[in-house]
Design a protein around this ligand. Structure first.
Ligand code: DHB
Ligand code: FE
Length: 275
């Protein structure tokens, strides 16, 4: 297979930061009261950790240095998506019915190739990894098919690396926007992704190591599923029995999102609620 050298934290962080900045986002109108309430609560959390654990001056200065390194290494998107996003998703999920959501993560890229309902994701001629056929259907809450629903799918390769972020992978590899058929069905052929390791050579990796934690996420497929007149869902699907499914560093696994492969095939039916 193609020789791929592992991405450094600095490379992944820089690409993830550039990608985040380039994504158009609506400005959020936040009231003074809201800022005061939430920022005070965040600071209070920090203050109470310092009091509860008798944090010392040398520890405070080490933390300051580490935060400076995190910024200079452009690792904020990696750090926040691994350690914080799952709670934001948990809160968002309180008001959404249908398929369970999960975190977006730092590696979504918009405007990928459009694919028909039965398709193979773009891949290298010598793409390594076991074949994987992912099929299913998109319906509304009443089980009615959503014709022409769209599955925006992206995943890591058999070494755990994402196109657009790791070096030497063609752009658009293992990414695509699949249109479901008139019955809401799709069948996507791809390769089995490997677990993903947070780059260990930057500040996030150093923190994980210093705390004696592990830097792994279980193998997963990323999806944003959309259909006209319905609320899109951002989610991930995992593989039963896979490494780290019960111990995801990003705490983004939900039992409903764990699939059981049978003969290298997995099936999942998405359910969207009305917008
Ligand atoms: C990160 C990477 C992922 O692939 C993911 O799904 C979530 C988070 C990260 O490095 O922050
Ligand atoms: Fe991911």
């Amino acid at each position: 297979m193609t020789a791929v050298h592992s991405p450094t934290a600095a490379d992944s962080g820089a690409s993830a930061s550039a990608n985040f900045r380039s994504t158009a986002r609506e400005g959020v109108a936040v009231s003074t009261e809201r800022v005061s309430t939430v920022v005070a609560a965040v600071l209070q959390g920090v203050h109470s950790a310092i009091r509860a654990h008798d944090v010392t001056y040398p520890e405070f200065q080490a933390a300051k240095q580490w935060l400076m390194d995190l910024g200079e290494g452009a690792e904020w998107p990696l750090f926040l998506d691994v350690f914080v996003e799952h709670v934001v998703e948990e809160v968002a999920a309180r008001t959404q019915d249908g398929t369970k959501g999960s975190i977006l993560g730092p590696y979504y890229l918009p405007d990928q190739v459009a694919l028909p309902s039965v398709c193979t994701l773009p891949h290298r001629p010598d793409e390594a990894g076991d074949p994987l056929v992912f099929s299913g259907r998109v319906t509304d809450l009443d089980g009615q098919p959503l014709a022409g629903a769209e599955l925006d799918i992206w995943h890591a390769d058999s070494e755990g690396y994402y196109s657009g972020f790791a070096p030497d992978i063609p752009s658009g590899n293992l990414r695509g926007v699949v249109s479901c058929d008139a019955d809401g069905r799709f069948e996507i052929t791809t390769v089995q992704p490997a677990p993903y390791q947070i780059p260990t050579d930057g500040p996030t990796g150093r923190m994980i190591d210093a705390a004696g934690w592990h830097p792994w996420r279980p193998a997963h497929l990323h999806l944003v599923v959309r259909a006209d007149g319905h609320r899109p869902i951002t989610t991930q699907l995992y593989f039963a029995g896979g490494q780290y499914v019960d111990d995801d560093v990003a705490e983004a696994v939900k039992p409903e999102l764990v699939l059981t492969p049978v003969d290298q095939r997995v099936t999942y039916d998405f359910v969207l609620e009305r917008a």
